[in-house]
Every structure is written in structure tokens, then in C-alpha cells.
Write a protein that binds this ligand. Structure first.
Ligand code: AGP
Length: 621
């Protein structure tokens, strides 16, 4: 997910582009760039790695990049590490480090993924194109140039032919050398909005970037092309026929728009889980099987592993706790789950047959990075599951799998946690299959179940009002206990952390069987105890533990799968989740717990996205 902007009008474009990009940094922030021109001048391209402010400083707020027509981009890397070379805009020429005046015929920015960029790159190389970056976007821009030069019938035809040839998603904005003052756009699946005022035209990935200038917008449809000139926009279909569009008025304010209409980024990201879980599942499955290239370990390497350490912090550690049960049950490999801050100092016992799996959304958590380095010092193979492309952990691990959660803004992780679970399931399935621990039939059932998770998450979100109602009753609570056995204990750990970090309510997660060894003394009248009950064979045991708490005054919430209605005789309130393979239950059970924590935090009027004392990435010990 990236952010693109464009402007053509009478004012200097660069400051407007930079302002727009600052409103889109939540869409990606590992590098940025702008391309600006005047009617009688070649384009100036300026790019910078890192946050937008570096580009702003580099261009003195845009002053050093003159011109009244331009495009801009803030990047979230999916193909090619964050770097100045990989940053957009990209050009049809071949200047390696494009920074300055460029005579290219076409310059462009793109949000989306060109799935067949490798084959297109080979095609263009056969036509003497040279490439300077690792990005799919450079391929798209050069393909536009290729068709423009080959058929010489102008931008519409060049874009239309490109759109027919490309597979994937794109919001593409380009400028042609021969068409000063004009911006041409093409869209398929990726978001784009086009704004217009009396003498200016704007484009952006999202409303926040243009609200400061206009609320009059067009929504460009899939496989449509648009030509932006100052104060006017024309739309075309793939046949080059002009199509008429209605102008609409945007009601949202910029901040609301940045959160996609949600009150907080956390809820926006909770709602993004079906999509990003689906995207991550899709990136892991090829021809109906786990894509071994994504797992990037050979069958021999997998067969040789006799012990796995999963090392992480916080919610990523809770992913590891869930993954332990899945790996051990499916692949029959011993798994130790360690807090990175403990692992790095306890001189862990590892051999050449050990795999150290580190999990980190940011890829910069100091303790996790230190644990990774310790494993590498010992010559142990390391595997990282990371969300941020090009992050330290991603670069230093022997093998890396990138989750496709996109930028996660809220400090409390939700969608990144969910995509990390998917990566762990896929690894466990691959290990189990390679080591002949599961049948081909069951493997296929698991693949099918994995692909069904997004719509099951959707179903839970449709029922969120019940959670909201219950949460409001407990916003005053002083203590909330989460209990469960097996995977349900791992789920309880994450539910409890979410509750603590955004509602500031004291909470504990306990292995349900552990209550009688001390904790149950804490139960008082009306203490909320949430029993997680997704594992059939442990259901009765945990229900008994819940009854023990109830006998001491506790108020019980049950969290279980549809069909387990007996729990209604025991619990005061029950949240239900769809049935799934029990190995994957965490992905569903965590959703109501995320919502519980969110609604209680909102009821208490707290800063949901930026809880006190916390940071999104803990890059210090
Ligand atoms: C989770 O909601 C917290 N924000 C925190 O526990 C986080 O999971 C932990 O700091 C690890 O961060 P990482 O995944 O970026 O390494």
C-alpha cells in the first residue's frame, strides 16, 4: 500500500504534492519522491529514502523543484527494498540515480502490485530497455513508454495497451514529455480519487491528500483512464471512448478520511484483517499448495531441523505461543517459545539442527534483533517473519517471509499479528507435509480452511455490536482475567495484552489449569473472567475452571465456536466464532478480544491509537 498524489494548475506543484503526501504517510513511509515540470521545462525528479520529512528538507519544502504540474509518491515497499533508487517516481529512461532534471519520455508513480512484472521486464529488455530499480513500477512506466513509441497514437492508446497487458492492481499516474501540464492516470483495483477546482486538478490515493484544496471529486472506475489538465478532467474507457462522470462532494474531514471513516486507526486495522489475511494467504499458496519459495527452506533443510526456537516480544511472542501448539501438533517438532529479552541473555542450547524463528512487525525491535544476532553468532539458521520490507531483522535473517499487513499505525497490533499467525500456520503445514506427519488429504483440507479464514473473520466483525454492548458494561473493571488451555491459553495471552495496553485495566492471562495454584485467590464478586474455549478436547476442563471462578463470585464471559451452546448454562455472556480447524482458532478467537479491548478503551475516553508509555516499535532495550 503506497500513497500517490498529483497536481496541475497555476500554483507551484511541489509544496502541494508534499502536503498531500504528508496526509498519506499512513499508507507507507519508507521512501518518497516527486516529479515536477513546467510547460517549457523537462521534468525534475527528486527522491529520498526514509520518512517524508527527509524529502521535504531535501527540496526545501518544494522550493528547489519549480513547476506547476507534478506527481508524488510515498512508498510501502513490496518489491525491492526501501532505497532512493527504488523510490518513486520512476522514469522510462535509464538514469540509475534519478535525482534532478530528466529528459525521459514518461515519468510515473504507482500504488498496487504488477503481478506479471518479471515477464514484462524480460519483454522490455528484449526491446533494449535497461532497468535501474527492483520495482514493478519501473516496468509499468517503461511499458507505457514502449507502447507510446511503438504505436505513436498518444497517451490514451499507450495506457490502454499497458492496462490490457498488465496483470495485478494499479493506481498509475504518469506525465508525458510531449504533453506539458497534463497528468494521465489509469486505475484497476487500487484506490484513486480525482479532485478539481476552478483552475486546478488533483489526484490522490485517498481523500485526505486533497481535502485542503477541494471537496469536488470524481471517482475513477476500474480499467478507466483520465486526463487531468488545470481545472478539467476527461475520462476514457479502454477503447479510448470518452465517458462522462458526475462530480461529487466529499463530506469527511481530513482526519476522518485518513482513518477511512473509522474513529481510530486500530478499528480501521481490525477491519483490514480479512483483506490482509487473505493477501498473506494468497502469497503463501501456489497451485493449491504452500508455496515452498515463500517458505524458502528446502525439503532437506526442513527434514534436518530437530528443534525450533520462536523468539519475539509482546504480541509477536503471543503469535509464537500459538505457533508452538500448531507446529508441535502438526509437524511433531519440539518448539521453545522465548521472550527475546530472555533468550538473548540465557545462553540458549542450540545445535546445527536448530531453527531460530524470529517474529517482528517492525523488524526493528531491539531485543528481537539481538536474539537474532545471537543465533547467527552461534551458526544457527535463522528465519524472520516481518512486516516491514528492508527492516534490520528482515535484512539480517538467513530467510525472511514478509507478511502483507501493510503499514500498521495503531500501537496495539491487530492486522500484523493476524498475518504473522498465517505465516506460522503455513510454515507448520509445510514442515508437517515435508516430514510426512500429515496426510495429503488433511493437508488439502488445511489449505482450504486457510483460505476460508478471511470471510470467517468478516462474519465475526458483522456481530461486533454484541461485543460493544458487553464491553461498555465492563469499562469500569479493575481486573479482567483471561483463561484457557493449550491454544486457548495463547489466545488468552494476546487478549489480555490488548486489554492492558489500550484500556489500562489490570489483566492477566492464565493457563486455566493453573488458577487453583494461587491466582483464584484474586477472584472477587463480579471479577470478569473470560474463558477461551476453542479447543474441543479441553473444553470441559476449562469450563470447570470457569465454574470454580463463578463459585467465588466471578462474572463469566465465554468465547467459543457456534454450536457450543451448553456454555450458556455457565457463562453470563458468550461470544461466538465460526468453526474452523482448531489449529487456526487463534485467528478467529482473537477478533472479539481485540474488539473488547478497543470498545473498553473508547468507553474510557482513552487514546486508543497512542496509549500512554508505549511506542509502536521498541528499538531500545
Ligand atoms: C502489541 O500490541 C504491542 N504493540 C507490542 O507488544 C508489540 O507486539 C511488540 O513490541 C513487538 O513489536 P514487533 O512485532 O514490531 O517486534
Amino acid at each position: 500500500m503506497c500513497g500517490i498524489v498529483g497536481y496541475t494548475g497555476k500554483d507551484q506543484a511541489a509544496p502541494i504534492l508534499l502536503e498531500g503526501l504528508s496526509r498519506l504517510e499512513y499508507r507507507g513511509y519508507d521512501s518518497a519522491g516527486i516529479a515536477v515540470r513546467d510547460d517549457d521545462s523537462p521534468v525534475s525528479v527528486v527522491k529520498a529514502k526514509g520518512r517524508l520529512k527527509i524529502l521535504v528538507e531535501k527540496t526545501d519544502g518544494g522550493k528547489t523543484v519549480p513547476g506547476t504540474c507534478g506527481i508524488g509518491h510515498t512508498r510501502w515497499a513490496t518489491h525491492g527494498e526501501p532505497s532512493e533508487t527504488n523510490a518513486h517516481p520512476h522514469i522510462s529512461g535509464c538514469a540509475a540515480d534519478v535525482n534532478g532534471i530528466d529528459e525521459s519520455n514518461v515519468v510515473g508513480v504507482h500504488n498496487g502490485i504488477i503481478e506479471n512484472y518479471v515477464e514484462l521486464k524480460e519483454k522490455l529488455k528484449r526491446h533494449n530497455y535497461e532497468f535501474y530499480s527492483e520495482t514493478d513500477t519501473e516496468v509499468a512506466v517503461k511499458l507505457v513508454d514502449y507502447y507510446y513509441n511503438k504505436y505513436k497514437v498518444g497517451p490514451i492508446d499507450a495506457l490502454a495497451k499497458t492496462m490490457v497487458r498488465v496483470r495485478g492492481s494499479y493506481a498509475l499516474a504518469v506525465m508525458f514529455k510531449d504533453y506539458p501540464g497534463e497528468i494521465w492516470v489509469a486505475r484497476k483495483d487500487s484506490p484513486m480519487i480525482i479532485g478539481v477546482s476552478k483552475k486546478e486538478s488533483y489526484l490522490a490515493s485517498d481523500v485526505p491528500a486533497i481535502l485542503k484544496y477541494t471537496r469536488q471529486v470524481y471517482y475513477i472506475g476500474n480499467l478507466e483512464i483520465a486526463r487531468l489538465t488545470p481545472g478539467q478532467v476527461n475520462f476514457y474507457n479502454l477503447d479510448g471512448d470518452e465517458i462522462q462522470k458526475e462530480l461529487t462532494e466529499v463530506a469527511w474531514d481530513a482526519e476522518t478520511a485518513e482513518k477511512g471513516g473509522f474513529e481510530h486507526f486500530m478499528m480501521k486495522e481490525i477491519y483490514e484483517q480479512p483483506k490482509v489475511v487473505g493477501d498473506t494467504v494468497s502469497s503463501l499458496i501456489k497451485d493449491g499448495k504452500i508455496n515452498s519459495e515463500a517458505i524458502s527452506l528446502t525439503d532437506e533443510e526442513i527434514a534436518a531441523i530437530d528443534q525450533i526456537y520462536i523468539v519475539a516480544c509482546g504480541s509477536a511472542y503471543h503469535v509464537g505461543m500459538a505457533a508452538k501448539y500448531v507446529f508441535e501438533d502438526m509437524a511433531r517438532i519440539p518448539v521453545n517459545v522465548d521472550l527475546a529479552s530472555e533468550f538473548r541473555y540465557r545462553d540458549p542450547i542450540m545445535t546445527e539442527h536448530t531453527l531460530v524463528l524470529v517474529i517482528s512487525q517492525s523488524g526493528e525491535t531491539a531485543d528481537t534483533l539481538a536474539a537474532l544476532r545471537l543465533a547467527k553468532e552461534r551458526g544457527v539458521r535463522t528465519f524472520a517473519i516481518v512486516n516491514v520490507v528492508g527492516s534490520s531483522i528482515a535484512r539480517e535473517a538467513d530467510n525472511t517471509f514478509y507478511t502483507l499487513a501493510g503499514p500498521e499505525i495503531s500501537v496495539a497490533t491487530t492486522k500484523a499479528y493476524s498475518t504473522q499467525l498465517i505465516a506460522c500456520y503455513a510454515m507448520a503445514m509445510e514442515f508437517a507435509f515435508v516430514r510426512n506427519k500429515i496426510t495429503e488429504e488433511y493437508y488439502k483440507q488445511l489449505i482450504e480452511e486457510l483460505t476460508s479464514l478471511p470471510q470467517k473473520i468478516e462474519k465475526i466483525l458483522e456481530d461486533k455490536e454484541r461485543i460493544q454492548w458487553f464491553a461498555a458494561k465492563y469499562s469500569h473493571a479493575h481486573d479482567i482475567f483471561f483463561i484457557g488451555r493449550g491454544l486457548d491459553y495463547a489466545i488468552s495471552l494476546e487478549g489480555s495484552l490488548k486489554m492492558k495496553e489500550i484500556s489500562y485495566i489490570h489483566s492477566e492471562a492464565y493457563a486455566a489449569g493453573e488458577l487453583k495454584h494461587g491466582t483464584i485467590s484474586l477472584i472477587e464478586d463480579n471479577t470478569l473472567v473470560i474463558g477461551v474455549l476453542s479447543q474441543k478436547k479441553l473444553y470441559e476442563k476449562t469450563v470447570s475452571n470457569m465454574v470454580e471462578c463463578k463459585a467465588r463470585g466471578a462474572y463469566l464471559m465465554g468465547l467459543t465456536t457456534y454450536g457450543n451452546y451448553m456454555i450458556e448454562d455457565v457463562a453470563n455472556f458468550v461470544a461466538y466464532i465460526p468453526k474452523t480447524d482448531e489449529h487456526f482458532a487463534t485467528s478467529l478467537a482473537v477478533i472479539p478480544l481485540q474488539l473488547m479491548a478497543y470498545y473498553i478503551s473508547v468507553a474510557k475516553g482513552l487514546d486508543v491509537d497512542k496509549p500512554r508509555n508505549l511506542a509502536k516499535s521498541v528499538t531500545v532495550e
